[in-house]
Design a protein around this ligand. Structure first.
Ligand SMILES: Cc1cc2nc3c(=O)[nH]c(=O)nc-3n(C[C@H](O)[C@H](O)[C@H](O)COP(=O)(O)OP(=O)(O)OC[C@H]3O[C@@H](n4cnc5c(N)ncnc54)[C@H](O)[C@@H]3O)c2cc1C
Length: 442
């Protein structure tokens, strides 16, 4: 159905090499631009409803998996391999979901109302069962985060998911890039420079957000959707580091983590780890409070962090430790490591630091001005994409009901901790269920 040259996954080596297996021919229902007709041949007609899924990340993969069997499914991916961001996510340990349930789970997502139904239908319990069916055992680690059980690697998890998708008959077309819509609002896919319009009964877009563009998720598709009247929101970094004007005395500690601190901004607060970087601060205690910083900056307000360097010790206890200590003994009495001391010294007004009368309070609420957020390229995730007002409850587009959307391309937000991948899988599942219901009605 797609273009004249189509690739399928090599089942022999899913560790990322793929093999050109077939030259698919074009079905009578596939519209090929006249200038391409010479290079296009003909596919046999099929009785199953045809669905084209565009984007081979977690959201597209689970949707293709669910649609396979009932539908003829074609999965188009612009990269040479599937799930590149999934593999990147696995670099620091693949935190695939979280053990939170019910409202505790949906409350982690913004907006909560949008994610409630997809999470209820396919939450962490269902995701773990789905993975287990693919031979991927998982375990609950610290703070309720869920990981594949060692020695499983992220590449093996991806391979297990892709194997099943291919086994179920999904036709995978690599290096097929979505490039816009034709006059009849069918998606155009480009393969080796040749654009082809595709006709199917339904289309699912799972094109990802705009962080780490080298994984294929460039967000360039926004203008194509704007072109057909679908409102999109510009992308901004989420779950990213923050830029802080750090003096050399702090930057020399770049790479060092401040463990067990509490970071707050606006209404948000998170306990965890903060790492000093060349440009500022990052880490799992920073990412969840980024929305408050982003909001402050958007409102033209001063954005700042408050860091509690000793969340388990009260101000009174710190004051007790400092009482009577000689000037030189005060910092050792706080029991802070050198990186934390450098930060404390850098962001406490000199006079105040020298006098030391408020040192305990400063340790508990160190105020650090934030200049900006790190760029999209470095962010773990983005907000922005398809505006929620454009999306129906079954994740089809209100203005174009034969299009559905899933995953990070929808303008929603979630913190790290497994919630991002869970969100991609849940919306992929919801979109597929929505498509099946729509196609059953036709
Ligand atoms: C460094 C890093 C660490 C992370 N760690 C975690 C973690 O531990 N836990 C967690 O839950 N999440 C983590 N994430 C986030 C998680 O990987 C993403 O939220 C998730 O991959 C989003 O899935 P998706 O299917 O919506 O999009 P993506 O995974 O981005 O997939 C979209 C796919 O669409 C393809 N595509 C894009 N444009 C086109 C086009 N024009 N034509 C055809 N195909 C196209 C892309 O190539 C890509 O394969 C991490 C992300 C990063 C960058």
């Amino acid at each position: 159905m797609l273009c004249a040259h189509t690739e399928r996954l090599s089942l022999k080596n899913l560790a990322c090499t793929y093999q050109q297996l077939t030259n698919l021919t074009t079905s009578p229902s596939i519209r090929v631009p006249p200038q391409l007709s010479a290079s296009a041949t003909t596919l046999t007609a099929v009785s199953k409803k045809r669905v084209v899924v565009i984007g081979g990340g977690p959201a597209g993969l689970i949707a293709a998996d669910l649609l396979a069997g009932t539908c003829e499914v074609h999965l188009c991916e612009n990269g040479r391999t599937l799930g590149r961001k999934f593999l990147v996510a696995g670099d620091g340990g693949l935190n695939i979901t979280h053990s939170a349930v019910g409202e505790d789970l949906s409350a982690r997502y913004t907006p909560t109302e949008f994610m409630r139904a997809p999470l209820l239908a396919f939450g962490p319990v269902e995701l773990r069962a789905w993975l287990a069916e693919r031979g991927v055992d998982t375990f609950i680690g610290s703070s309720g985060r869920i990981f594949p059980r060692p020695p499983l690697t992220p590449a093996q998890v991806l391979r297990a998911i892709v194997d099943k998708v291919v086994d179920k008959g999904v036709q995978v077309h690599l290096r097929h890039a979505f490039a816009g819509f034709d006059a009849e609002r069918c998606p155009i896919v480009v393969y080796e420079g040749s654009p082809v319009s595709m006709v199917a009964d339904h289309y699912l877009f799972a094109l990802g957000g705009a962080s780490w563009p080298k994984t294929g998720s460039t967000g360039e598709w926004r203008q194509q959707f704007e072109g057909i009247g679908v409102h999109t929101v510009h992308f901004q970094a989420s779950n990213c580091g923050v830029e802080v004007a750090l003096p050399e005395a702090v930057r020399m500690h770049a790479g060092k983590p401040l463990k067990n601190v509490r970071v707050s901004a606006g209404e948000l607060s998170q306990r965890g780890e903060v790492t000093i970087t060349e440009h500022g601060l990052e880490g799992n205690a920073i990412y969840p409070i980024v929305p408050a910083l982003r909001e402050a900056m958007a409102n033209g307000e001063e954005a700042h962090l408050l860091i509690d360097l000793k969340p388990d010790v009260t101000v009174q206890e710190l004051e007790r430790r400092l009482a009577g200590a000689a000037w030189k003994e005060r910092v050792p009495a706080l029991k802070l490591d050198r990186a934390a001391v450098a930060l404390l010294k850098a962001f406490t007004p000199v006079q105040r630091y020298v006098e030391g009368g408020s040192l305990a309070e400063d340790v508990k609420a160190l105020r650090i001005p934030v200049i900006g957020l790190r760029p999209l390229d470095e962010a773990i995730s983005t907000v922005g994409g398809i505006a929620l007002a454009e999306v129906a409850p079954d994740l089809s587009l209100i203005k174009h009901p034969h299009f559905s959307v899933a995953g990070e391309m929808i303008d929603r937000d979630a913190p790290t901790g497994g919630f991002l991948l869970q969100g991609a899988f849940s919306t992929g599942h919801a979109a597929a269920k929505g498509i099946l219901a729509r196609l059953a009605d036709r």
